[in-house]
Design a protein around this ligand. Structure first.
Ligand SMILES: Nc1ncnc2c1ncn2[C@@H]1O[C@H](COP(=O)(O)OP(=O)(O)O)[C@@H](O)[C@H]1O
Ligand SMILES: [Mg+2]
Length: 233
């Protein structure tokens, strides 16, 4: 589904973080959100997911205003969030974590377990392993798999490369691109890892101190001074 954000502002209590954010992601598109530490990337994910309420502005999912809905109702409409730090249940097995995803999806949605295990064969080998004993990369695969179990149409990812070996980062990026193609999944990926985003995003925006300071194709961003100015590269 498409997601449209109009003049969104959000923060924590009296602390404003995001200011006047507007962008659109079409169905099946991958939008990369780049920005250094502390620029508001996680706050944007939270505002889209509904874990914080916007102080101003609107969010439309396929034309329907969702910005006043709580997070679980947004999840039922097809938005899943893979949070920063992965948000596993470390004492539950891989199988149980996936099952929690299916339950979180609500209603009688499709059971996506077979597809999830085909995207991430490593999870299939470890169904009985406790999530907390897996490597960072494996946990990230599980977090994405758990999100897919909700049978979403929009996936929000908050720094999936965080703390993960480069080879696994590449593998995860390739799998996300495959999921995007195979399912027409709309993806918003927040990252400081510019190569990862460039390998999969159709378009990017750059966040600086809670505002969008630039946007365009990866070529436009790569060829400009934006990277040096805003991304510390
Ligand atoms: N729960 C919170 N309460 C108050 N301020 C917060 C909270 N979470 C983040 N912030 C502040 O919001 C700003 C943006 O943080 P964040 O969205 O986490 O940035 P990023 O994900 O880009 O690193 C920072 O100044 C941070 O200190
Ligand atoms: Mg963050």
């Amino acid at each position: 589904m498409s997601l449209r954000v109009e003049q969104l502002s959000a923060g924590y209590g009296s602390i404003g973080v995001l200011r006047d954010i507007s962008f659109t992601v079409e169905k099946g598109e991958v939008l990369g959100v780049l920005g250094r530490n502390g620029m508001g990337k996680t706050t944007l994910i939270r505002a889209l997911a509904g874990t914080i309420a916007p102080s101003q502005g609107s969010i439309f999912l396929e034309g329907e205003e969702i910005s006043k809905l709580p997070d679980y109702q947004r999840a039922r409409r097809g938005i899943t969030t893979v949070v920063q730090g992965r948000g596993m249940f470390p004492k539950l097995t891989v199988r149980e974590n996936l099952e929690m995803g299916r339950i979180a999806g609500g209603r009688a949605k499709r059971n996506r377990r077979d597809e999830v295990l085909s995207y991430f064969p490593r999870l299939a080998e470890r169904m009985n392993q406790l999530a907390g004993t897996m490597s960072g990369g494996e946990q990230q695969m599980l977090a994405i798999g758990r999100g897919l179990m909700t049978d979403p149409t929009v996936m929000l990812l908050d720094e999936p490369s965080d703390g993960i070996m480069p080879t696994l980062v590449r593998q995860i990026a390739e799998t996300l691109a495959k999921i995007n193609r195979a399912e027409g999944m709309t993806i918003i990926i927040v990252e400081q890892n510019v190569p990862m985003v460039f390998s999969m995003a159709d378009r990017c925006i750059i966040l600086e101190k809670g505002r969008i300071v630039a946007g365009g194709s990866k070529d436009e961003i790569a060829q400009s001074n934006l990277m040096k100015e805003y991304l510390a590269i």
